[in-house]
Design a protein around this ligand. Structure first.
Ligand SMILES: [Zn+2]
Length: 296
């Protein structure tokens, strides 16, 4: 388990989940009661408990998933039980699925397979009384430390990001791409069926660029120290990959061949190999989006 102080009182913990090689990063802010940003799947809960103990944090004031997908928020209900004083912060559009996760569980099965719980663990509900739904731009405080919650739709309609005014660090979830390329940080569009919206995704990137953040805290990657450049690469890749897929869909190509084209783009542009799963996810989520928009 790797735990590292990545900014003033901000700790980053990587929680490897056996059965998947994806990176899951959890962040803790050790200030007053403390905040946990990106609880991750419930399979990560034992590691989180251990680290909270190591950091000598007794309670949590806030548990803040950037969005409700299982790999970011699956453990929220379990953690809310363990830390009974913590408020759970979610976007108003995500709240009903946190209170009653039955539809979320169904759509997770569609996206990740019927046995997703074997890898990620189960999804427990959070009582409504424990949830706070902030307004766009609302500031919540930990001692004198201000955390601004900003709506960031695109990857999912209920995605939020958290801007730590103290460090100018942005907990960006998947709103600014998902970094491929290991330490090189090459953000690719973080797509997820059924709600990925490319237009909103690009708008959100420009909205977040204006915050002038100094650090990006990625959820599926490390720390980005050049936010402006990284946002530009994320936007460029979102446009380029969207164009490749739309073009090929219009020509009636099959998913596998379109996926290979996306793979060729990342390989020739960045030397980055995409797995078959990632290629298929990229094509599937875009195909749904372009169909909804009436473009194919
Ligand atoms: Zn997601």
């Amino acid at each position: 388990m790797i735990i590292e102080e990545v900014a003033e009182k901000v700790y980053r913990l990587e929680t490897p989940i056996s059965g998947t090689d994806a990176v899951f990063a959890v962040y803790l802010i050790k200030e007053s009661g403390g905040a946990l940003i990106e609880p991750g799947p419930s399979a990560a809960v034992p590691s989180i408990r251990e680290v909270i103990g190591q950091l000598e944090m007794k309670e949590l004031t806030y548990i803040i998933p950037t969005h409700i997908h299982v790999d970011h928020a699956g453990g929220t209900g379990t953690l809310a039980q363990i830390f009974p004083d913590a408020r759970v912060i979610v976007h108003p559009a995500g709240m009903k699925h946190v209170v009653d996760p039955s539809r979320l569980i169904e759509s997770t099965k569609n996206a990740l397979g019927p046995n997703f719980e074997d890898i990620f663990g189960s999804i427990s509900p959070v009582p409504k009384s424990r949830i706070k739904t902030p307004d766009d731009g609302e500031i919540i405080s930990l001692n004198s430390r201000d955390l601004q919650i900003i709506y960031a739709p695109g990857h999912a309609p209920h995605h939020i990001v958290i801007f730590d005014k103290r460090t100018k660090g942005l907990f960006c979830g998947e709103a600014l791409g998902i970094p491929g390329g290991g330490n090189e940080l090459i953000p690719l569009p973080a797509v997820a069926p059924p709600s990925f919206d490319q237009e909103l995704y690009l708008e959100t990137m420009e909205k977040l660029r204006k915050l002038g953040a100094d650090i990006l805290f990625y959820s599926h990657g490390g720390i980005g120290r050049e936010p402006d450049t990284l946002i530009s690469i994320a936007a460029e890749n979102t446009r380029a990959i969207g164009d490749i897929i739309l073009d090929a869909l219009k020509r009636g190509e099959v998913v596998e061949s379109i996926g290979r084209k996306v793979g060729q783009y990342t390989k020739s542009r960045f030397g980055l190999e995409l797995s078959d799963f990632d290629q298929a996810m990229m094509v599937g989520a875009h195909a749904l989006y372009f169909t909804k928009k009436g473009l194919v």
